[in-house]
Ligand binder design. Structure first.
Ligand code: T4K
Length: 408
C-alpha cells in the first residue's frame, strides 16, 4: 500500500511489514537474486492504488455528515471537476463502472436495434458485452499486428448500410490510429465510441486520448491506473451530449415525470468519488514508478530474442497500465507453459486477452458470423500474449526473477 509521496520518491508499506522507502528511479531488489526462493506471497498482475486511509477519512466524514450518498452529490461534482483538470477533458460524466459507461454511451447514440457495430476481437469481454446488451450486433474486424488495435483498413472493408457505429479499444493504453478512424467515421457519418478503459492519463496528438471520438469511456476499476474501487467516466465531445449522458445514467429522467429515452442506473456513488479524490494526487507518481518498472523489464528482456516486447507507439505518452509480451515460436516453451512456469513461482501473470472475443459463447450467439480465416492477427496475438505484473510497489526483485525465468 502506498503510504506517502516524498520528493525523492514513493514510500510503500507491505501489509505485514514496516514502511520502506523506494526510490522513484526504481529501488534496489530487496533480496539476493542468487539465493531467491519462490515468492512466499503471490505476485499479482496488478495491485490497486490505495491512498493512505487518513487521506480518505476526512472525505468520507464529509459524505457521512452530508448524508448525500449518491445521485450526483457534491463528491461526484468535485471529482468530475478534478478529472476535468487532471485529464484535460472538457465534458466528463462519472459512471458506476466502465461496462455501464460503454452501455450508457451506446444508449446515447439511439441506434436502431440490430445495428452493426464494428469493433475489435482483442479486448476484455466488457467491450462486446456492452454492444450486445445495447441490442446491437458486434462485427469483428482484425487488429493491426503491432499496436493490437483495430486496423482502419479492415474497418473500411466491413462497412455496410447497417453499420451504426465504431467501437475501437485503446488496448493496454496504446492509442488507436485515431486519424484514420476519425476520417472513416466522418466520411460515412458514423459515431465513434472509444473504449478507453486502459487509457487513463494518456496523451495523444497533443491532447488527452479520452478527447477523441463522440465519446470515450474510461474504467476506474480497482485494477486500473486510477481507481474509485469500481467506477468509470464517459467523456463526451460536447456539453449537450454530456447532459444526455447524465440523464441516461439516471434512468433517462429529463424532469420529475419525463423520460424521453431509455436510461440506466449508472451513477457513481459518493464513497467511490471520495476514494477517487484521495487517489488522484498519487497517480502521477504511481505512473512514474510504472514507467521505471516497464523500462527495467524492457532492458532485461531486450536480449531474449524468443520473447517479443511490443514497441512503444509514437505520438503518445504511456501510462504503463499493462506490460504485454509475446511468446514467439522460437521460444522453447509455449505461452501456456510459460504461464505455468510463472505460476509455479507464485507469479500470477495473465493472458489478457485470451480467447478472442468472437470465441466466447456469450458473444458468439449475437455477433455477425466471421468468415473462415478472419482476424488472423488477433488470433495470433491472443495465442502468444502474456501481461506481466506491473504496479507501483512491485519489488524489482520480481522483475529480475521473471526475466530470468523467461530466458530460453
Ligand atoms: N473495456 C476494457 C478494454 C476493459 O479491459 C475493461 C475492464 C472494461 C472495458 C470494463 O471496465 P469495468 O466495468 O471493469 O470498469 C479485470 C478487471 O475486473 C476489469 O476491470 C479489466 N477490464 C480486466 C482487464 O481485468 P479480472 O477478472 O482479470 O480481474 P481480477 O479480479 O482477476 O484482478 C486481477 C488481479 O488484480 C488479481 O489477481 C489481484 C489484483 N487485484 C484485483 C482486485 C479486484 C487486487 O489486488 N485487488 C482487487 O481489489 O478483470
Amino acid at each position: 500500500m502506498v503510504t506517502a509521496i516524498h520528493q525523492s520518491g514513493l514510500s510503500f508499506v507491505d501489509h505485514k511489514g514496516p514502511a520502506r522507502q523506494v526510490d522513484i528511479e526504481l529501488g534496489e531488489p530487496t533480496g539476493d537474486l542468487a539465493t531467491l526462493e519462490p515468492s512466499a506471497s503471490p505476485v499479482y498482475v496488478t495491485r490497486p492504488l490505495t491512498p493512505p486511509l487518513e487521506e480518505i477519512v476526512p472525505l468520507l466524514t464529509e459524505v457521512w455528515e452530508s448524508r448525500l450518498l449518491t445521485n450526483r452529490g457534491p463528491m461526484n461534482l468535485r471529482l468530475e471537476q478534478a478529472l476535468r483538470e487532471h485529464l484535460d477533458v472538457r465534458h466528463p460524466t462519472l459512471v458506476a463502472n466502465g461496462t455501464l459507461g460503454l452501455l450508457t454511451a451506446l444508449f446515447a447514440l439511439e441506434l436502431p436495434p440490430g445495428s452493426e457495430v464494428i469493433t475489435t476481437p482483442f479486448s476484455f469481454a466488457a467491450t462486446s458485452h456492452a454492444i450486445l446488451t445495447a441490442g446491437l450486433v458486434p462485427v469483428f474486424v482484425d487488429i493491426d499486428r503491432s499496436t493490437y488495435n483495430l486496423d482502419p483498413a479492415q474497418i473500411e472493408a466491413a462497412l455496410t448500410e447497417r453499420t451504426g457505429a465504431i467501437v475501437p479499444v485503446h488496448c493496454f493504453g496504446r492509442a488507436c490510429d485515431t486519424e484514420a478512424i476519425d476520417r472513416i467515421a466522418a466520411q460515412h457519418d458514423l459515431p465513434v465510441v472509444y473504449d478507453a478503459a486502459h487509457a487513463f492519463g494518456v496523451r495523444h496528438r497533443g491532447k488527452s486520448l479520452a478527447e477523441f471520438g463522440q465519446m470515450s469511456v474510461l474504467s476506474f476499476h480497482a485494477t486500473k491506473v486510477f481507481n474509485t474501487l469500481e467506477g468509470g467516466c464517459v467523456v463526451a465531445a460536447h456539453q449537450e451530449l454530456k447532459e444526455k449522458l447524465e440523464r441516461l445514467t439516471n434512468y433517462g429522467f429529463s424532469s420529475e415525470a419525463e423520460i424521453p429515452c431509455l436510461g440506466l442506473n449508472a451513477k457513481l456513488n459518493e464513497v467511490s468519488c471520495a476514494v477517487g479524490l484521495a487517489g488522484l494526487p498519487w497517480v502521477e507518481a504511481a505512473m512514474e514508478r510504472r514507467a521505471n518498472i516497464a523500462a527495467t523489464y524492457r532492458s532485461r528482456l531486450a536480449s531474449i530474442e524468443t520473447i517479443r516486447v511490443p514497441p512503444i507507439p509514437p505520438d503518445q505518452t504511456q501510462n504503463h497500465a499493462y506490460f504485454p509480451i509475446e511468446v514467439t515460436d522460437a521460444h522453447p516453451k509455449s505461452r501456456d507453459e510459460v504461464m505455468q512456469q510463472l505460476l509455479a513461482e507464485n507469479i500470477y501473470a495473465r493472458r489478457y486477452f485470451y480467447p478472442v472475443l468472437p470465441d466466447l459463447a456469450s458473444v458468439k450467439r449475437g455477433m455477425k458470423p466471421l468468415s473462415d480465416g478472419a482476424i488472423p492477427h488477433a488470433r495470433d496475438v491472443a495465442s502468444r500474449i502474456i501481461c506481466l505484473p506491473i504496479y507501483p510497489e512491485l519489488d524489482p526483485i520480481h522483475i529480475h526473477r521473471i526475466a530470468d525465468l523467461l530466458q530460453p
